[in-house]
Design a protein around this ligand. Structure first.
Ligand code: LMR
Length: 331
């Protein structure tokens, strides 16, 4: 009896004691597939730091990089099941969620520059797209940049004719599939974590990625040629499990919103420099031969990929394609 009342006393003391030491933090598992020293990797760490700061330690973000927890497709399932709370998949990977509109970002040469892109991602079109995730149990919080993609391969990739018959790894996007086919290449969907080995062993000849991804995965060590084509965009949507997000105390959610806003500014700031540095480092390594196309040579590539607009506009919505083209080109 005495024992029991003693333990009841301890339990009661726990209940009324200042909660700082006894309260478990809310854990956000943030899984991603790239290296920590990439734009997404750095931004995830920044969010972790700010989330801890603005919630006074009530929230603990655990970042799992490099497909450590899940590969591309699995991480989306894990988010929906609540096994992880936050992800930042590339916009090319939302098709399996039934949100194929996001593939509009994969259209070749659709953004003339970063300013045009930001008008879309930071404006009403971007917001409307994120809202499409809501009925799927997902809240879209922000867009994070990586950068513009370059082609690489173990065979030359200078002109459209060079691509004929080459096996090219792509992300799981039908628009990217159409893009590679428009060049006469053979697209192959593959998880990001498997690309290095596939390039090394010749399972595929080449791929496309922003320099930061190419460099941090050491793809330049297993690719002879690259074309600094900047022909398409690769960026991310930061997403969170809706049930988890809406179950958070209001003040905690507000603090996390603030942390996400600042992490987004940071993400978009570091992305440009990361890609410039990665390209310079790969050039300096001398392992890959980089081709810098003239405006006319790049235009020829864009022209060859134009059939994608005809073939894929219905998939993502003709109006959406038109509004993005208009917004991105507006001064
Ligand atoms: C890829 O699969 O090539 C990219 O989406 C990886 C990433 O998350 O940047």
């Amino acid at each position: 009896m005495r024992k029991l009342s003693a333990s009841l006393f301890v339990a009661a003391a726990c209940l009324i004691a200042p909660t700082a030491w006894s309260e478990e933090p809310i854990v956000i598992k943030f899984s991603h597939v790239v290296a920590p020293d990439t734009p997404k990797g750095r931004a995830a760490e920044k969010f972790k730091e700010l989330a801890g700061k603005y919630t006074n330690g009530k929230v603990k973000v655990e970042v799992y990089p490099n497909s450590q927890l899940y590969k591309d497709k699995e991480e989306l399932e894990a988010l929906q099941l609540g096994a992880v709370q936050m992800l930042a998949p590339s916009l090319a990977k939302f098709g399996p969620l039934g949100a194929k509109e996001f593939e509009v970002f994969d259209f070749p040469c659709v953004f003339p520059n970063k300013e045009g892109l930001h008008k879309v991602t930071q404006g009403p079109i971007g917001r409307k797209l994120l809202d499409k995730l809501y009925p799927k149990g997902i809240v879209g919080l922000a867009y994070w940049d990586n950068g513009f993609k370059i082609f690489s391969s173990n065979k030359p990739v200078k002109t459209p004719a060079d691509f004929k018959g080459q096996k090219m790894r792509i992300q799981s996007s039908k628009v990217l599939d159409a893009q590679m086919r428009s060049l006469g290449a053979i697209p192959q969907v593959m998880a990001f974590s498997e690309v290095y080995q596939a390039l090394q062993t010749g399972v595929v000849d080449g791929t496309e990625n922003p320099p930061s991804n190419m460099y941090t995965q050491k793809m330049h060590e297993v690719q002879k040629y690259a074309n600094v084509s900047n022909h398409g965009y690769l960026g991310y949507a930061v997403i969170v499990n809706k049930q988890f997000w809406e179950g958070l105390p209001v003040d905690v959610r507000a603090a996390l919103d603030k942390a996400m806003k600042e992490a987004t500014v940071y993400a978009n700031e570091v992305a440009g420099k990361d890609n410039d540095d990665a390209l310079a480092a790969m050039k300096a390594s001398g392992k890959t031969e980089f081709f810098q196309p003239t405006a006319a040579e790049r235009a020829a590539l864009c022209e060859a990929m134009k059939p994608v607009y005809e073939q894929m506009s219905d998939r993502v919505g003709k109006d959406l394609v038109a509004s993005i083209q208009k917004e991105a080109a507006a001064k």
